[in-house]
Design a protein around this ligand. Structure first.
Ligand code: OXD
Length: 309
């Protein structure tokens, strides 16, 4: 069996050495843009070039090194029946839940005020948080969204979840489909986006959506930059409807130095770190699935390309 590693890591051996250890029966190759075809059976990829699918015509499945599959589905010449497999959790959802909780607590417990007070040597206690004033709405109820929603609900925040299809979650009120989006938004002050990027969800975080949130809204985007209409967020902050935003993903990454977001004290910027790909857990999952597929066993995480995730 031949496995081809196709990701722009300047040190691909960080991946290929453990892949060989986990899958000793495989011949492991690194993608060479100028090299010949290796006739790979499986490719492990992150945002692969279109040439991969021109050159490697014997692929049996492609494994994405991330939960979000948009970078792979953007490749124009994907063979229509080739199974694309996304990463299923692999240590990401716990990090995401922790990141979102941190951003929520920053806002709900007014941590910035205490930091400012510290600068001035001020000991002043503000009134305790009322959780009822901080209802959270989680958009997207896949592995990650569910973990985020559950974590916040366990801390007694009022949590709502919205997704395209029906989901049931303990302690979380769920809404399904476009018709129910206004009800969901109307009961949300802290909006957390964990949606996959598809044609339906691109630009979903826009003026119309912000205007339906409860006043003093907080927006936490850990999905994709393309979900957010950036000017609409700035306007919503300027007109006071959105009080603050925590953004981990951007339309252009790295975020350009001249981007207006950098100058906004209401916006917290992090460089796409809310959930890092953990190499060990990721490769254990992917190599396990490659072996299973090779042995004719069923595997989970195959993307429904018509749905886009
Ligand atoms: C992912 C990511 O999709 O890291 O997994 O953004």
């Amino acid at each position: 069996m031949k496995v081809l590693f196709v990701a722009g890591d300047p040190k691909p051996e960080r991946w290929t050495v453990p892949i060989k250890e986990l899958l000793p029966e495989a011949e492991v190759h690194v993608w060479d843009a100028n090299g010949p075809a290796v006739d790979a059976d499986y490719a492990i990829v992150w945002q692969p070039p279109a040439e991969l699918f021109e050159r490697e015509t014997r692929l049996k499945a492609v494994f994405n090194l991330g939960a979000g599959i948009d970078g792979l589905l953007a490749v124009p010449n994907l063979p229509p029946h080739l199974p694309m497999v996304r990463l299923e959790d692999a240590g990401m959802s716990v990090q995401m839940a922790e990141y979102v909780l941190h951003q929520l607590v920053e806002a709900s417990r007014g941590m910035e005020t205490y930091r400012e007070q510290q600068q001035q040597g001020v000991w002043k206690i503000h009134r305790p948080i009322k959780r009822s004033e901080w209802p959270v709405g989680v958009m997207g109820l896949g592995h990650i969204g569910k973990r985020v929603a559950r974590t916040l609900a366990d801390l007694d925040y009022r949590v709502h979840g919205w997704a395209r299809s029906e989901h049931t979650l303990d302690k979380v009120t769920t809404y399904a489909g476009a018709d129910k989006l206004p009800d969901f938004l109307g009961s949300t002050r802290v909006l957390v986006n964990t949606l996959p990027l598809t044609e339906e969800t691109r630009d979903i975080l826009n003026h119309q959506l912000f205007s339906q949130l409860m006043p003093g809204a907080v927006v936490i985007n850990v999905g994709r930059g393309e979900h957010l209409v950036e000017d609409d967020l700035l306007k919503a902050i300027d007109d006071g409807h959105v009080a603050r935003a925590s953004l981990d993903v951007f339309r252009q990454e790295p975020l350009p130095a001249e981007h207006p977001f950098w100058q906004r004290p209401e916006i917290t910027i992090t460089p796409h770190i809310s959930a890092r790909t953990l190499r060990d857990a990721t490769l254990e999952q992917i190599t396990g699935k490659i072996r299973a597929h090779h042995n004719g066993q069923p595997i989970t995480g195959i993307v429904d390309t018509s749905r886009g995730y």
